[in-house]
Design a protein around this ligand. Structure first.
Ligand SMILES: Cc1ncc(C[n+]2csc(CCOP(=O)(O)OP(=O)(O)O)c2C)c(N)n1
Length: 315
């Protein structure tokens, strides 16, 4: 059985974190619009999850963070151009920050409405099943999204039809400013799997090996025609709902930062002898260089022509 590529998960998580920090600074500077939902705290589990799947298994991601695209190798420059409305992005300025779409890397964007992606993922699962493909769809959504109607319809239908879908609830305990305890009567969203007759799993967002193994198991099940799984990642939202959120509704900000999976993973690499401090600092420098290059290139890209809004339309 394959094991989790921990060093690569760390590198991509660090790249996602530093890139997102840079995006936030570029927004303050006015180069980009400020509306980013930071994924800080979620990166390690998102990347370990995708590492257990095939590179082209379709991903319908959630609005939180950029790690999904970074994990699939979408270029940083293209992501920046998408966000900044510049030529060179993945969809010519039509998506902005939350809708990077690159089917050549299995990245299919997300729905504009919370919960909408569940239905799209289920429909894609039907299409894959009809085509007798051995690919599977993975869809990430939040605990807030799991309380919307499409969650129940999608899981029920996917279970009945044995669709190749992995439903992933990233439970960070918050939906904007509403704590999960005020919106959800159960602590574990994964318990709901029982109601649909499918496996439900809980994984800890700071345990990439557990995440990898659980996704690999759910993927085997989906590819074998046995149907969907529901995986709940216990995640931590280190920052605000959006980048300039003052978080005045929150008293756990300091304690949340102690739960950051990224330094924990660095410690794990050092303890297991998978990397030494010199290797980690070389990695950090390489990442800074990669980001600086992407920013320099994006700054040179021209703004999208407004007429682009009328191209590639099919409805
Ligand atoms: C139908 C609908 N209602 C409200 C919103 C606004 N909205 C965007 S994200 C969000 C909260 C999402 O919380 P959760 O699903 O827990 O994900 P998280 O932000 O914690 O990652 C809300 C209410 C929306 N996009 N669509």
């Amino acid at each position: 059985m394959l094991s989790c590529p921990l060093v690569e998960v760390y590198r991509l998580s660090l790249l996602s974190r530093r890139f997102e920090e840079r995006v936030a600074r570029l927004a303050l500077e006015g180069f980009l619009p400020p509306m980013l939902h930071p994924g800080a705290g979620h990166e390690v589990s998102q990347i370990a999850a995708l590492a257990a799947l095939r590179p082209l298994d379709p991903v319908i991601y959630s609005h939180r963070g950029l790690a999904y695209m970074v994990a699939r190798g979408v270029s940083l420059q293209a992501i920046l151009c998408d966000i900044a409305g510049r030529v060179g992005g993945t969809n010519n300025g039509k998506g902005g920050i939350m809708h990077v779409v690159d089917p050549s890397r299995g990245i299919y964007g997300e729905s504009g409405t919370l919960g909408g992606g569940l239905v799209v993922a289920t429909g894609m699962g039907m299409a894959l099943q009809k085509k007798k493909s051995d690919a599977l769809v993975v869809h990430f959504f939040g605990d807030g999204g799991s309380n919307r109607g499409p969650f129940h319809e999608s899981l029920n239908w996917a279970a009945v039809q044995k669709l190749p879908v992995i439903f992933v609830c990233e439970n960070n305990g918050w939906a904007v400013s509403v704590p999960a305890s005020r919106s959800t009567a159960v602590e574990d969203i994964s318990l709901r799997a029982i109601g649909y007759g499918i496996p439900g799993h809980i994984v800890q967002g700071d345990d990439p090996e557990q995440v990898f193994a659980t996704f690999a198991q759910a993927a085997d099940r989906a590819r074998a025609g046995q149907g969907p799984s529901l995986i709940e990642i216990k995640a931590v939202r280190l920052l605000g709902h959006y980048s300039t959120d003052p978080q005045d509704y929150r008293s756990d900000v300091a304690s949340a930062s102690e739960k950051d999976p990224l330094p924990k993973l660095a410690d794990m690499l050092l303890a297991q002898g998978l990397a030494d401090t010199a290797a980690l600092s070389a990695m950090e420098q390489e990442i800074e260089r990669q980001i600086a290059d992407a920013v320099a290139q994006a700054r040179q890209a021209p703004l999208i022509d407004a007429r682009e809004a009328m191209t590639d339309l099919f409805a």
